[in-house]
Ligand binder design. Structure first.
Ligand SMILES: Cc1cc2nc3c(=O)[nH]c(=O)nc-3n(C[C@H](O)[C@H](O)[C@H](O)COP(=O)(O)O)c2cc1C
Length: 381
């Protein structure tokens, strides 16, 4: 099977964009990605970051539902410690019904301390283990809500229940009937994103047979993610399938190498990295992996280094070559999840890049061991 393309929408809008502009850009991007042949669009949920200004990814998905045809949507991720599980279970179920199954669910514990603080989680309560315990309890409750069988549960963090449906008073009586907000097909596919080298999220994904998603932070971490995931997945009695693995990365495809590099250095992607992502990546240790891959000091990792050595930037031929090189080093993945940027003022170059990625690049890439022609045929089928 050929590599699939997905869009991940954080959305890295420059400060000053209004809520209306961000929302509009989300819907426009979903329509463009759907038309280009992208198989998925993930939208992240952040309460605190001005550059990642979407608190409710489900609103963009709902607006895009009637304007798109085949693309699947996922929140990436709903942060389970931040919401009551029943409310979230119903939002997820109803939205997956509205999308008639074009939906999967990303879950997470939340990475930004400021966002946890806003939800009443501060100090020691922000400990990763406790946040992950909240994730487990929330998921347990959501599964019971989706099952629609009577229960009442008093957990460590939340209370929730599902009532017994009362008996009808007359044959025509419908007031006792309960609405069905369970997900399309009964249960959504669940995805988890991993980031750190010894990622507990990847272990959880493996154990529970969730879809693994990696934020690309260097070759060592990426290789470890697959090892951790597959070990846990096999131990739990499943067969790991690389086609399910999605990897988020910064990609830009232009008509020529020079044009693509200039666009990234001087356009919205470069601006976002200078103002926001280079400092964030340094803060969370992401530069260390990239610097190690290329034998430089992390402090010397600047925008041009990232564009030349880390991001995948260039003409379709160059991008195919760079991805194949990565595939041979790490074993490959099923979906390239392209990081979206703020091209709201003039989307044409960005949408052209997405088209080239989906139509000129992805069909020529397959997992090592599969021939490219098999991949092209599979994609055309
Ligand atoms: C800088 C940064 C940005 C992140 N952005 C996202 C995101 O947009 N979506 C998401 O699902 N998780 C995001 N995460 C959370 C990570 O994917 C991951 O769930 C968390 O860091 C725990 O990872 P680990 O289990 O690999 O240590 C982010 C983490 C960091 C450090």
């Amino acid at each position: 099977m050929a590599m699939e393309t997905g869009l991940i929408f954080h959305p890295y809008m420059r400060p000053g964009r209004t809520a209306r502009q961000t929302f509009d850009w989300g819907v426009q991007s979903s329509i463009a990605a759907d038309k280009a042949g992208f198989t998925s669009m993930m939208i992240s949920e952040h309460a605190s970051q001005i550059w990642e200004n979407i608190p409710n990814p489900e609103l963009i998905m709902a607006a895009a539902a009637l304007q798109t045809k085949t693309i699947k949507f996922a929140p990436m991720a709903h942060l389970l410690p931040h919401q009551h599980p029943t409310k979230l279970a119903m939002t997820i179920g109803w939205l997956s019904q509205i999308l008639e199954g074009r939906y999967f669910l990303g879950i997470g514990a939340g990475a930004y301390p400021a966002a946890s603080y806003m939800h009443g989680i501060r100090g020691e309560a922000q400990d990763t283990e406790r946040l992950n315990d909240m994730v487990r309890e929330s998921l347990f409750i959501m599964e019971k809500i989706w099952a629609r069988e009577p229960f009442f549960y008093e957990g460590k963090y939340w209370k929730a229940g599902f009532p017994e449906e009362e008996a009808a008073e007359t044959e025509e009586d419908e007031q006792h009937r309960l609405a069905d907000y369970s997900p399309w097909g009964g249960f959504p596919e669940i995805a988890v994103t991993g980031f750190s080298k010894n990622s507990p999220s990847m272990r959880l994904a493996g154990e529970k047979n969730f879809k693994p998603v990696s934020i690309f932070s260097g070759l060592d971490a990426l290789k470890r993610h697959w090892e951790i995931y597959s070990e846990a997945n096999i131990k739990a009695g499943h067969t790991p399938n690389r086609q399910r693995h999605a990897v988020s990365h910064t990609i830009y495809v232009g008509d020529t190498d020079a044009e693509a590099k200039r666009e990234v250095m001087e356009g919205p992607i470069g601006y976002c990295f200078q103002k926001y992502l280079i400092p964030i990546w340094r803060r969370f240790g992401m530069m260390d992996g990239f610097a190690k891959d290329h034998g430089i000091d992390p402090i010397a990792a600047d925008l041009e280094f990232l564009v030349d050595k880390v991001f995948i930037v260039g003409s379709p031929d160059t991008v195919v070559e760079k991805i194949n090189e990565l595939f041979h080093k790490c074993g490959g993945w099923g979906t390239l999840q392209i990081e979206s940027h703020d091209y709201y003022d003039d989307p044409s170059a960005w949408f052209h890049s997405l088209e080239l990625a989906a139509k000129e690049v992805a069909p020529r890439i397959s997992l090592p061991g599969q021939s490219a022609s098999v991949a092209v045929e599979a994609n055309a089928a």
